[in-house]
Design a protein around this ligand. Structure first.
Ligand code: ADP
Ligand code: NA
Length: 335
């Protein structure tokens, strides 16, 4: 059992938000001083073109996600940070794996069913094979571990099935690809939308008021929290009292995540108070927490050449890992 190799990525579609930070980026940063792992983080621009997109805006969207990675504290020396499309081996392996994965596997993916809709004339073939591209992203580095949220579990299952099938059909008795494991993250910070406590906070939500973006300034954060949907009851004294109150539960959970406490400890302090008192306290905590990230983000975004330099170096490092793997996969399949 060699060192862990961790792979993950985010799409350059919209602005990164507090959910992306607490649910993913923060954990990535926490792992970067491990000696026993190698870490590869991609901005998955090839996934972003599976849905209608603005071609002229894509390069800046890639820079924005990269800036958010860096501002969150990911160190480009300790982690490989790059854009997917800069490493051709992703596309090469995706083609091979498209011929290994079965159509039924792709058609069963719930995300395809959700995003694809019913009209087959409007949905790209790329959206159907999106999870196969994701498998290629992971396997082209022989990644052993992938941090996944609930929404990506089914895609990781498909990646494991594809790897096993490739090994069986073309491995000549040896495993070419690992069967990648999910990396279970700490106490799952699942951050919900500010407008609806039951949908997850998402960059693809059309309403910007539904999320706190990492680049939001203090006034914007305060305004969004003030507007956040809540019920008229005061906060309960214990977490049982949050049952059936998804919006209250979400705001208390965000407060807990930002202060390193628990929902119970937050309620010990704020139980009995109304949102008129709790929301300003939450806004203050959020502004203070995000200020260093958004300051660094704004500095970086004004230096696109610095971001491009980091992406270029990262792509060189990524290619050096991917090239022997794609060569091995091509040889195995008879190219
Ligand atoms: P989005 O839905 O905002 O487009 P992605 O699907 O690109 O987010 O997810 C990027 C990463 O951020 C994944 O690791 C995902 O699990 C995590 N993530 C996304 N939204 C949330 C959330 N609301 N709470 C916690 N983690 C999240
Ligand atoms: Na998403």
């Amino acid at each position: 059992q060699g060192p862990k190799r961790i792979f993950s990525g985010m799409q350059p579609t919209g602005r990164l938000h507090l959910g992306n930070y607490l649910g993913a980026l923060k954990n990535w940063v926490a792992m970067q001083d491990e000696d026993e792992s190698e870490r590869i983080y991609c901005v998955v621009d090839m996934h972003a073109v599976t849905m209608p997109h603005d071609a002229k805006a894509l390069p800046d969207a890639v820079r924005r996600v990269t800036a958010a990675y860096l501002a969150a504290g990911l160190d480009p020396e300790k982690n490989v940070i790059f854009a997917q499309s800069a490493v051709p081996a992703h596309a090469e392996l995706a083609w091979i794996l498209n011929c290994v994965a079965r159509l039924g596997w792709a058609e069963r993916m719930t995300q395809f069913k959700d995003k694809g809709g019913k009209d087959r004339e409007r949905v790209s073939v790329g959206l159907l094979t999106y999870p196969v591209l994701m498998a290629a992203d992971i396997l082209v580095y022989k990644a052993t571990h992938v941090p996944v949220g609930d929404d990506q579990k089914q895609h990781l299952e498909l990646c494991r099935d594809v790897a096993a099938r490739f090994n069986r059909d073309f491995g000549d008795g040896e495993a070419v690809f690992p069967i990648t494991e999910p990396l279970i993250q700490g106490p799952g910070a699942r951050i919900m939308s500010l407008r609806d406590g039951t949908a997850k906070m998402s960059k693809s939500d059309p309403s910007d008021n539904s999320r706190i973006n990492l680049e939001d300034d203090a006034d914007t954060i305060a305004r969004k929290i003030k507007k956040a949907k809540t019920d008229p009851e005061p906060l309960p004294d214990s977490i049982d009292g949050l049952d059936g109150r998804p919006e209250a539960s979400n705001l208390v959970g965000i407060f807990a995540a930002l202060t390193g406490g628990s929902k119970a400890s937050v309620l010990a302090e704020y139980g009995g108070q109304g949102f008129g008192a709790f929301k300003p306290a939450l806004a203050e905590v959020a502004v203070e927490y995000l200020a260093p990230i958004s300051d660094e983000y704004r500095r970086l975004i004004a230096e696109p050449a610095e971001i491009d330099r980091i992406l270029k170096k990262g792509a060189e490092r990524a290619r050096a890992v991917a090239e022997p793997v794609i060569a091995e996969a091509k040889a195995a399949i008879g190219f």
